[in-house]
Design a protein around this ligand. Structure first.
Ligand code: GLV
Ligand code: MN
Ligand code: MN
Length: 409
């Protein structure tokens, strides 16, 4: 197993020396280097690579059926029943994120192909390794942007107009207007299996290196824009202030309280203050609420409750509030037949997750499953995210068994 060798090739790319975390934003230099690495790995294995016009990369192992051409990996399996088995994940990270969230699924996919080839396996259906663009939404705000475009879940014009913090548009970063949905997706691909580092401690508790996902909690992002009056910190009487920072502080506490009351999750992890000066009452504070719950009704009630409480607080603070939904992901129940089959094949525990994934988006179009690899810290979206080499190797073996089951029989 060459896990460490391959892992060490990408480990330095985009790593911040200070935090030890990764800054691999979609279509920026480090992520572009990883995409080059993807092409090189595919070349080494004789796997033709294609892009889908949305920024997603595909590398194919195995002959396409019918008259599909080489180098046209996204077009494999046009005939019903001969669709390719898709696997892979993403390269992009959250700010100062961990090494494993995303890249583990891509590296493991190439290594699983190697494992299968070493046993002389011959795919009846092609295996296609994918790297999806902008899964985290850390650059353009909408998570799973590449898979949403591919499945038609987001309008290409809306995606083209999304801007990063420096004002660069997605279309500009991509070099073209995104192509949008692939109407033949469900014919081209028979199934998608994404391997991912676990983002909790369920597998530690279960004493298992690998698990199978059952469901993804519904979740979304809401932008809270709080406007007040910028003024002097030394001369403005307390009673005369219209300070959006107070409304912001209340928002953080209200989100926490309302989530706890419902057994849900709410996080305010990003904030922008204008003018962001020590000696000025801010004129505007923008913050982002990330909210998740096991049931869609709970999520709706949670966000409505936070919104209502912050609106009431804004009245008292003399500030103005605008709430804009930025993204929404419904409850995803992974294909029960496929999930049960893989859990039995691998004798692995089945667990739900509160994290979003491209697999959650593709699940609306294809039979989809996920494998999780144990994370000893349980921490994710942080440099402390981890997985042992032995568990990563177990993940590759599990993925190879799954691909053998789905593509070689
Ligand atoms: C992606 O990792 C998310 O759940 O936000
Ligand atoms: Mn993530
Ligand atoms: Mn991920």
């Amino acid at each position: 197993m060459r896990f460490r060798e391959l892992w060490d090739e990408i480990a330095p790319v985009g790593r911040d020396a200070g935090s030890g975390g990764y800054l691999r934003y979609a279509l920026t230099a480090p992520e572009l280097r990883l995409r080059e690495w993807f092409r090189a790995q595919a070349d080494l294995r004789g796997m033709p690579v294609s892009e889908d016009g949305n920024g997603n990369l595909f590398a194919r192992w195995g002959d396409p059926p019918g008259d599909a051409r080489d180098g046209d990996a996204g077009r494999v399996g046009a005939a019903a029943g001969t669709g390719a088995v898709l696997t892979g994940s993403h390269f992009d990270s959250v700010p100062h994120g961990g090494a494993y969230d995303g890249p583990l699924g891509v590296v493991s996919a190439f290594l699983a192909v190697d494992e299968l080839r070493a046993t002389g396996a011959d795919p009846v259906r092609p295996v296609v390794v994918a790297a999806f663009v902008e899964e985290e939404g850390a650059r353009f705000g909408v998570p799973c942007l590449g898979s949403r475009l591919l499945t038609g879940e987001i309008d290409p014009d809306r995606a083209a107009g999304l801007r990063d913090a420096a004002g660069v548009g997605f279309a500009e970063a991509l070099g073209a207007r995104p192509a949008g949905a692939d109407p033949a997706l469900a014919d081209r691909f028979a199934a998608f299996v994404e391997l991912h580092v676990e983002q909790g401690r369920a597998l530690v508790d279960a004493g298992a290196p690998v698990g199978v996902a059952s469901a993804i909690w519904p979740h979304g992002r809401w932008r809270f824009e709080l406007r007040g009056e910028g003024n002097h910190a030394g001369t403005t009487r307390m009673a005369d202030r219209r300070d959006p920072m107070l409304t912001y502080a209340f928002t953080v506490l209200a989100a926490n309280k309302e989530a706890r009351l419902r057994g849900a999750h709410a996080t305010v992890g990003r904030v922008a203050v204008e003018p962001n000066a020590t000696n000025a009452v801010p004129s505007r504070v923008t913050c982002w609420l990330d909210a998740r719950a096991a049931a869609p009704e709970t999520l709706r009630e949670l966000v409505e409750a936070v919104h209502a409480k912050v609106a009431e607080r804004a009245r008292r603070d003399g500030t103005e509030l605008t709430v804009t939904p930025e993204s929404a992901t419904p409850l995803v129940a992974f294909d029960a037949g496929l999930t049960g089959r893989l859990a039995e094949l691998l004798a692995a525990p089945v667990l739900p997750t509160g994290a979003g994934h491209d697999a959650g988006v593709l699940a609306a179009r294809l039979p989809t499953a996920m494998l999780f690899v144990r994370n000893p810290t349980g921490v994710s979206h942080s440099p402390a995210e981890s997985a042992t080499d032995d568990d990563c190797a177990a993940g590759v073996v599990a993925l190879a068994r799954v691909l053998e089951e789905l593509a070689c029989r």
